[in-house]
Design a protein around this ligand. Structure first.
Ligand code: PMP
Length: 388
């Protein structure tokens, strides 16, 4: 008898980020695929972490997180968005990814449907399925990537439990407008749905834009589980320190799911993130300015080489429209050839949807030093020649 594994995982492909990063390493390509900055994390937070390694405990942290970090997260959102929060609203997790897993496991029962906006971050659908639910895709269309009320309403059925919202949106690189936020909130209120709001990109904003947490809209505080990540706020993606923020009763349920996923997160990193949230305010605007410059540099470089680039309003990703750039090749084939023969790894957007996925877009990470961007643009120019 063969020991069978869960078919969800047996049939699942390795994540597109891992796949592209491995290919980038194998071919010595510039890695613009997986999203991580190669500059600019705050030194003071690294110093706080190294002090904490010696001076703070190296044993299990409390499962919900160090009180100082939970309080710092609450105070941070009070200061930025005027939310009335306390440590009871916060549960610290090992990154946004674990926060998403815990939020989904704590919300979804077998048979439930969860609406996701595609192209969607790739952990959503598998986690919803693992919780016994079914992801229901609402496809956003480039280049506007707008949420339309009719399409969202049409996706709601008698078994819909939650909307998994992602704002700002990865991979579209888009901050939704206030009318779109209102659409999501009003559909959630009308059908009595939970909203799991993945807001990990909340501070990575371009063009002076301002972010509004969906929990601050009327009637949303008691039905929203927000996901945040220090990895994005401080450009420290490898730290994997994240959190959920929700009404205390919801936080309690998510904390119970979290206690049997990772139980707790490295205390010294938590302590350094608490320091960063308290002392690192001055860092946020320069970080945005730096990403804005990087975005401009990559956009100009790609456009000069004949690529159609969609405007990004948040995150450190931009999308290139292959079709509008005069290339008829599909995104997967482009990405494979680009990494193997032109020396640049990008991410094909078809990996982020199952139903009617876009096959003409690739995502590039612009959160890179000038020389990395220039090398990436040169390799993209080479890729274009290969298909000319
Ligand atoms: N959600 C979205 C939309 C993301 O882009 C990411 C990271 N790329 C995550 C969640 C995961 O966050 P973390 O790295 O903190 O696990």
């Amino acid at each position: 008898m063969r020991a069978a594994m869960n078919p969800l995982y047996e049939k699942m492909k390795t994540s597109v980020f891992e796949r592209m990063s491995l290919l980038a390493a194998r071919h010595g390509a510039v890695n613009l695929g997986q999203g991580f900055p190669d500059f600019g994390w705050p030194e003071a937070i690294l110093d706080a972490a190294s002090r904490a390694l010696k001076e703070v405990s190296n044993q299990y942290a409390p499962s919900r997180g160090l009180p100082e970090l939970r309080e710092a997260v609450a105070a941070h959102y009070q200061e930025h968005f005027g939310q009335e929060l306390s440590a009871d609203h916060v549960c610290v997790t090992s990154g946004g990814t674990e926060a998403l897993g815990a939020a989904i496991l704590a919300t979804v029962e077998p048979g439930d449907e969860v609406i996701i906006f595609t192209p969607a971050y790739d952990s959503y659908a598998p986690m919803i399925r693992r919780a016994g639910g079914t992801p229901v895709e609402v496809g956003l269309k480039s280049p506007a990537w707008r949420i339309e009320r009719e399409t969202l309403e049409a996706a709601v059925g008698s078994r819909t439990r939650a909307i998994l919202f992602n704002n700002p949106h990865n991979p579209a690189g888009r901050l939704f407008e206030s009318d779109e936020l209102e659409i999501v909130a009003s559909v959630a209120r009308r059908h009595d749905l939970m909203v799991i709001s993945d807001e990990v990109w909340e501070h990575v904003l371009l063009g002076g834009r301002r972010f509004t947490p969906i929990a601050t809209l009327p009637g949303m505080a008691d039905r929203t589980i927000k996901i945040g990540s220090a990895g994005k706020i401080f450009s420290l993606t490898g730290w994997k320190v994240g959190w959920i923020v929700a009404a205390p009763a919801l936080t309690n349920a998510v904390a119970r799911a979290h206690q049997f996923l990772t139980f707790s997160t490295a205390p010294n990193l938590q302590s350094a993130v608490a320091f960063g949230l308290k002392e690192g305010e001055a860092w946020i605007q320069p970080m945005r300015d730096r990403f804005e410059r990087a975005c401009d540099r990559m956009t100009k470089g790609l456009r000069a080489n004949g690529y159609a680039v969609l405007d990004a309003t948040s995150t450190y990703f931009l999308c290139v429209d292959l079709k509008a750039s005069g290339l008829t090749i599909g995104d997967e084939a482009f990405a494979t050839t680009a990494v193997e023969r032109a020396g640049v790894a990008v991410v094909p957007l078809s990996a982020f949807a199952e139903r009617d996925p876009p096959r003409h877009l690739v995502r590039l990470c612009f959160g890179k030093k000038d020389e990395t961007i220039d090398a990436g643009v040169a390799a993209m120019a080479k890729a274009k020649e290969l298909f000319a």
